[in-house]
Design a protein around this ligand. Sequence first.
Ligand SMILES: Cc1cc2nc3c(=O)[nH]c(=O)nc-3n(C[C@H](O)[C@H](O)[C@H](O)COP(=O)(O)OP(=O)(O)OC[C@H]3O[C@@H](n4cnc5c(N)ncnc54)[C@H](O)[C@@H]3O)c2cc1C
Ligand code: FES
Length: 352
Amino acid sequence: MTSAALRSRAWKLLEMVTTPLLPSDYLDLISPLRAGADLRGRIEAVQPETGDAATVVIRPGRGWRGHTAGQYMRIGVDVDGVRLWRAYSVTSPTNRQDGRVTITVKAIPDGKVSNYLVRRAKPGTLIQLDQPTGDFVLPQAKPAKVLFLTAGSGITPVMGMLRDIEFDDVVMVHCAPQPQDVIFRNELHDLVADRKLRLTEVHTDTDGMLDIARLDEIVPDWADREAWACGPAGLLDAAEGHWSVHGVPERLHTERFRPGIVVAGGDGGEVTFSATGRTVDADGATPLLDVGEEAGVLMPSGCRMGICFGCVTPLKAGAVRDLRTGEITEAEPGVLIQTCVSAAAGPCDIER
Ligand SMILES: Cc1cc2nc3c(=O)[nH]c(=O)nc-3n(C[C@H](O)[C@H](O)[C@H](O)COP(=O)(O)OP(=O)(O)OC[C@H]3O[C@@H](n4cnc5c(N)ncnc54)[C@H](O)[C@@H]3O)c2cc1C
Ligand code: FES
């Protein structure tokens, strides 16, 4: 074995015994945002937006390549000693002069990372970052007429776009339970006052959920507009159906924060995380990513919905079920699985 290979093995062993903190984290104590380090960022401020949402201001380390408006980035944070990865849309404009970026997070009931970021994260905290990615972006040429259809935290990628360029003709329909739940409300109303945006707020506590057919009345020329929609599955499913029925599906671009329909799970089994040396029982419907995190295993992840491949892990033995399709994958040399959309289908061993 070469000395480089030995060093690499020794480093890996060290990583295993120091889980969930990695040796590189100790270097962070000295020079966290240094060039050549894994990409990291420092939280510099957490600014409340609504009762349950906040904007997190992050200074990325060297190596940050910047984003395109509408993209998201994966961040890794340590919550109660466990490193968890989640995806958040970038809400700052691409030309922000001070080199900082922002994400805006809505705390959801029992949400580990969202509640940590909104309620507990302190300036100075180091987090891990991945380069921004995603294709929920504007085309090169500015569209003549734009429609943004958003709900709840789904406003975030769209706010990134609104802050980035000035549109000639843009209409936004945004849904939130009550006026005080509308994230960025003051800024949106300033754009309206400056005639840079036409906005309809749907307050679902009083108006009820948006019936997508109402678009005809709220935005009569909706079908002529290039549209970007982000929000809960119900709204996006309805929008996709509506745009398809009217023969203009290519005009609608959607971004989902959660996986689409998942198939019912089957029998679960005993899951072994052989690198960590832990074995737990899992049902057939819980993603192995959640099972591992719950067991204190260091599990890489990102979108948690099967799109970013940030959770890919070798399946050493046994079988897993893809929760989107029901398809069973059996272990073979070189077989990789996405732990965020795979559940145990009998006993299995995954290399974490
Ligand atoms: C591409 C992309 C961009 C995203 N951008 C943003 C953003 O800008 N702002 C933002 O606040 N969030 C965003 N999200 C969602 C974010 O990644 C997390 O899923 C969310 O913060 C919940 O994480 P958590 O750890 O708090 O919840 P978990 O601890 O993972 O989950 C707690 C419970 O809530 C459920 N749950 C998980 N996610 C959601 C959700 N999004 N809505 C409702 N219930 C959920 C889980 O099933 C579980 O029961 C984005 C997701 C993706 C894939
Ligand atoms: S976490 Fe993104 S594909 Fe699994």
